[in-house]
Ligand binder design. Structure first.
Ligand code: ZN
Length: 284
């Protein structure tokens, strides 16, 4: 049964299957209630979770109550054009170095949160999101997975109108509007992910499959991204890497297909989980 760390009403929860226990309560106060503080003590959390017997008092998970499993990371990296099929559909050359932008942490919301549309050109991008564990500087590729806490599913929601309003385009603001970073449902520990560099990844919009690929199509793999980023930035516990999206985004379809109010975005990664986000009209 998959284990994950969830954010239930702002408190860290240990989830197994469809049940959850409060981490601070079930650990008799040995571990904190703040999900960020639990991520900073990832190895202690893992040791405790492994030793915990299946608790009969655990409650059923109500996914509507789940917040972002990492609510306030120090850094959120995004990676542009990181799937070969997506670069191809966009008609752009494969990058020789990772194309990094930021999503400001205030855009993060939970796995069932609504996405508030800011224009008629808001787009979906399903992405594997890496949650840094121990982190550090100058991490070798061979050590990268051991410095990661785990994975979650994310949506790098993008307002293409903002992104491409000027020349050159600007990525960060159009991808950082409040609610433009749904993540979850929880952090699945990296050692519980069977093939961490080759996972099925897909996105449906209102029941229609729009993206369907594998993470092995990444131009820069997760270990390569961790190595590259940590050459320049100290990776801190809880930092997130949105690792790029595969082919099928709305802005490069013919005809273009953007998100509309009442659309439901369902994003799934094999062994990591599913997040479901409804679109609602915003002020625009
Ligand atoms: Zn993206």
């Amino acid at each position: 049964m998959t284990t994950s760390l969830v954010n239930l009403d702002g408190r860290a929860g240990l989830r197994r299957g469809d049940r959850v226990v409060d981490v601070q309560t079930a650990s008799d106060g040995q571990l904190p209630s703040d999900p960020m503080a639990v991520v900073r003590r990832w190895n202690d959390f893992r040791t405790w979770a492994t030793g915990l017997s299946d608790d009969a008092t655990a409650e059923a998970v109500d996914e509507a109550r789940l917040g972002p499993p990492v609510p306030l990371p120090q850094k959120v990296f995004g990676v542009g054009l990181n799937y070969t099929d997506h670069a191809e559909e966009a008609g752009l050359e494969l990058p020789k170095e990772p194309l990094i932008f930021t999503k400001f942490p205030s855009c993060l919301v939970g796995p069932r949160a609504d996405v508030v549309l800011t224009s008629d050109r808001v787009d979906y991008e399903v992405e594997l999101v890496v949650v840094i564990g121990e982190g550090g500087r100058d991490i070798a590729e061979a050590d990268a997975l051991s410095r990661i806490a785990g994975y979650c599913v994310g949506q790098d929601i993008s307002d293409r109108r903002m992104q491409f309003a000027g020349k050159p385009p600007q990525f960060s603001m159009g991808k950082s509007v409040d609610t433009f970073g749904p993540i979850g449902p929880g952090i699945v520990p990296i050692d519980e992910v069977a093939h961490p560099n080759d996972l099925a990844i897909s996105c449906d919009v209102s029941g229609e499959t729009r993206q369907d690929a594998r993470t092995s199509l990444m131009v820069f793999s997760v270990p390569e991204l961790v190595r590259w980023l940590s050459r320049y930035c100290t990776l801190a516990p809880g930092d997130l890497i949105f690792t790029g999206t595969p082919a099928g985004v709305g802005s490069v379809r013919d005809p273009r297909r953007y998100l509309a109010p009442d659309d439901v975005i369902t994003s799934t990664i094999e062994g990591v989980g599913t997040i479901v986000n409804r679109c609602v009209a915003g002020a625009g």
